[in-house]
Design a protein around this ligand. Structure first.
Ligand SMILES: *[C@@H]1O[C@H](CO)[C@@H](O)[C@H](O)[C@H]1NC(C)=O
Ligand SMILES: *[C@@H]1O[C@H](CO)[C@@H](O)[C@H](O)[C@H]1NC(C)=O
Ligand SMILES: *[C@@H]1O[C@H](CO)[C@@H](O)[C@H](O)[C@H]1NC(C)=O
Length: 365
């Protein structure tokens, strides 16, 4: 029983609401030894299920004078005023809108202590609108993982009447439409009450949300359930709260086909016929989906004996009819070809679906 006294005191120390101690006690009874998927047994980790209602988030906002506010699924805050979030536990992970990482924003700081972890965001602005999440990290020996039952998230709106749409670093975004999955036009708003509509530029047309095919979610944007070629074009969103309507950035909606297989690879050498002393380029090319990463590996006759230069790049190619593909290339440059450089050049290209290997035999002219 002593353990519970200590735990309760600890909880009181971080000023949690009444009842929290009882809750932990009850939960303790539920699972003394927690068996996790994968058959691993973690001793002495009481499983805190979300059974007592989703409201019992461990994610809190620190208000003035040391008051705490438990955050629900959505929170509305005022930009400019520093935000401090806390999450109870001795080992806590966080996530926050990715762009705060992309730009290595010094306004964001995270500090851990024995009892809780603290996330501070100074001078938040409309652009910081997004999901903020924390979770308990459980460790089994040296192996640690996120406890999905104890993951808490709040979507925080920094409502700014001058920025009804969450500002984006990109002023003209491309949205890919694929026949097999919903597409999202990401015009998110900073005020969940805003009325938002989607508009095509040419010919001017409003696409109305209708709960089935086209829906609007203030945390995501417009979701097109079954995108088709007809949805292509330049679009923007229009939003109204009280004052004058505001317009979002523009979105280019492009329809793409889905190959969904191992890469389609071609291999070529230039110049086409090679003699000793030439400088040659061996080019391995893959055509695929715009967002699909391709990685290349090479084997070649002079491997480990001859210096070569390998350059990998990709670009988007418009193939007409609004179809866009990605051309990924790896170019191997061999200078001053010697006898040992003749033979089979093998390119292996890998994407998330599989890999393809192609060979070209370079013979002396
Ligand atoms: C991010 O900022 C920190 C401190 O300002 C600095 O130490 C670190 O090198 C930066 N990282 C990148 C990837 O720019
Ligand atoms: C919803 O809107 C889409 C696109 O405007 C339209 O194709 C579809 O028929 C509409 N569905 C209903 C149930 O109104
Ligand atoms: C090989 O590629 C480089 C860089 O792309 C280019 O400058 C050079 O002319 C090419 N050489 C041949 C023989 O194609």
């Amino acid at each position: 029983m002593k353990l519970w006294v200590v735990l309760c005191l600890a909880l009181l120390w971080v000023q949690l609401q009444n009842g929290a101690c009882q809750q932990v006690k009850r939960r303790k009874d539920v699972g003394e030894n927690r068996i996790r998927p994968g058959g691993k047994r973690v001793k002495g980790l009481p499983r805190l299920k979300d059974g007592v209602g989703k409201g019992q988030s461990l994610l809190t906002q620190v208000l003035d004078k040391g008051r705490f506010l438990r955050l629900g699924q959505t929170t509305i805050l005022t930009p400019g005023k520093n935000m401090e979030l806390r999450c109870k536990g001795d080992s806590i992970g966080w996530s926050y809108p990715t762009y705060l990482d992309t730009f290595n924003d010094s306004r964001l700081s995270i500090k851990h202590s024995d009892k809780y972890s603290q996330l501070v965001l100074t001078s938040p602005s409309a652009a910081d609108t997004g999901p903020y999440s924390c979770w308990v990290i459980v460790c089994d020996g040296t192996e640690c993982e996120r406890d999905h039952d104890r993951t808490y998230v709040s979507y925080i709106y920094f409502t700014d009447k001058d920025n009804l749409f969450v500002p984006s670093a990109i002023h003209f975004e491309i949205v890919y439409l694929r026949p097999d999955r919903p597409a999202v036009v990401p015009c998110r708003v900073t005020d969940p009450q805003a009325k938002v509509s989607l508009h095509r530029e040419v010919p001017p047309e409003e696409i109305t949300a209708n709960r089935t095919q086209v829906t609007y979610d203030p945390t995501k944007g417009f979701v097109l359930q079954n995108p088709s070629q007809e949805h292509q074009g330049v679009f923007y969103c229009k939003g109204v709260t009280k004052g004058t309507p505001q317009i979002s950035t523009k979105y280019q909606l492009l329809y793409v086909e889905v190959p969904g297989g191992a890469p389609f690879v071609s291999l070529a050498v230039s110049p086409e016929s090679v003699s000793g002393g030439d400088n040659i380029n061996v080019t391995c090319s893959v055509l695929g989906e715009p967002e699909e990463d391709v990685s290349f590996t090479w084997s070649y006759p002079g491997q480990d004996r001859r210096p070569v230069r390998i350059q990998t790049s990709w670009r988007l190619v418009n193939r007409g009819m609004g179809h866009t593909t990605r051309l990924s290339q790896s170019v191997m440059a061999v200078e001053d070809v010697e006898t040992i450089d003749f033979g089979n050049y093998i390119c292996n290209a890998k994407n998330q679906y599989g890999e393809t290997t192609v060979t070209i035999d370079i013979i002396s002219k």
